[in-house]
Design a protein around this ligand. Structure first.
Ligand SMILES: [Zn+2]
Length: 281
């Protein structure tokens, strides 16, 4: 997700301006007599997308969008062995979609776009919003800030790695109109991953992460907030971003290349979604 972050930060900056706009005038200055005409409704602030009502979950009808992070053109991070993040995201997202469908979530869709990062980002969110998605899961793989990279050579090519950190991570936005529901799913998924012996990436609370530092909302299963991320804050449905693991860590990259690890994560997503759905019957 690393390369997208700076782009996202710039993109979101314009949107954030709206959230800082002052609220409308106070209603204290109303006339003493009751008004004869019903006053116009106060305009609502435009900072958040209008939330869709949180519907009950009926498995075959529950519209889950599994978003493949980045595009083949703007491919995200580069792994320790120089493979683009987009390929890892696509493989894992396809497995997740297949697993969810096999578990009865027939309306699950894979969301892939092409083009440059900024345009594709807005397009993916737009498609999900227009299709009245019930849930948005964005799939990525992790790297580290450039200052932590070390050099090595892989198959004769100068490459970069960092074996310092590993693990998956989960992000939610407190600006999402269904933050509580998003958090509920993120916790369930974190629990499922933990029960499968996987650990979460702990480095996001550390000062050395600089602008990539994020508050840890759940210390037990590793859920962080990333409030201004477009795919989490501009989606009208509940939304969670999953970093499947670190592809800049040389051992974890190999694990991420194995169908076993991705299969384990896809199964965790499906079990979490089943429990999430049951809780919302
Ligand atoms: Zn990414």
């Amino acid at each position: 997700m690393r390369q997208a972050r700076s782009i996202i930060a710039g993109l979101v900056a314009a949107l954030v301006v709206l959230t800082l706009a002052p609220a409308g005038p106070s209603v204290a200055a109303t006339a003493k007599k009751p008004p004869l005409v019903k006053p116009k409704a106060k305009p609502k602030p435009k900072s958040k997308p209008a939330p869709l009502p949180a519907v009950k979950c009926e498995k075959p009808k529950f519209r889950i969008f599994v978003d493949v992070g980045h595009t083949s053109e703007s491919f995200g991070a580069l792994s320790a062995r120089n493979d683009p993040e987009f390929g890892f995201n696509l493989r894992l997202a396809k497995l997740i979609v297949g697993k969810l469908k096999s578990e009865g979530f027939a309306a699950t869709r894979l969301l892939v776009t092409d083009g440059k990062a900024r345009v594709s980002l807005l397009r993916r969110v737009g498609v999900a919003n227009d299709a009245r998605a019930d849930f948005f899961l964005s799939v990525h793989h992790d790297s580290v800030p450039d200052k932590l990279l070390e050099e090595w050579e892989f198959e004769g090519a100068k490459s970069h790695f960092s074996d310092r950190f590993s693990g998956h991570s989960l992000f939610v936005s407190r600006q999402n109109p269904h933050f509580a529901i998003s958090m509920m799913f993120a916790r369930l998924l974190g629990k499922e991953l933990k029960e499968r012996g996987l650990h979460y990436a702990t480095q996001y609370t550390l000062p050395l992460m600089g602008r990539y530092r994020h508050p840890l909302l759940d210390k037990d299963v590793g859920v962080y907030s990333y409030d201004q991320l477009v795919v989490l804050s501009r989606t009208r449905s509940a939304a969670v971003l999953l970093e499947g693991g670190s592809i800049i860590n040389r051992d974890e990259e190999m694990a991420m290349n194995s169908p076993e690890r991705h299969g384990l994560i896809a199964a965790a997503v499906a079990d979490a979604m089943k429990e999430f759905c049951e809780r919302r019957q």
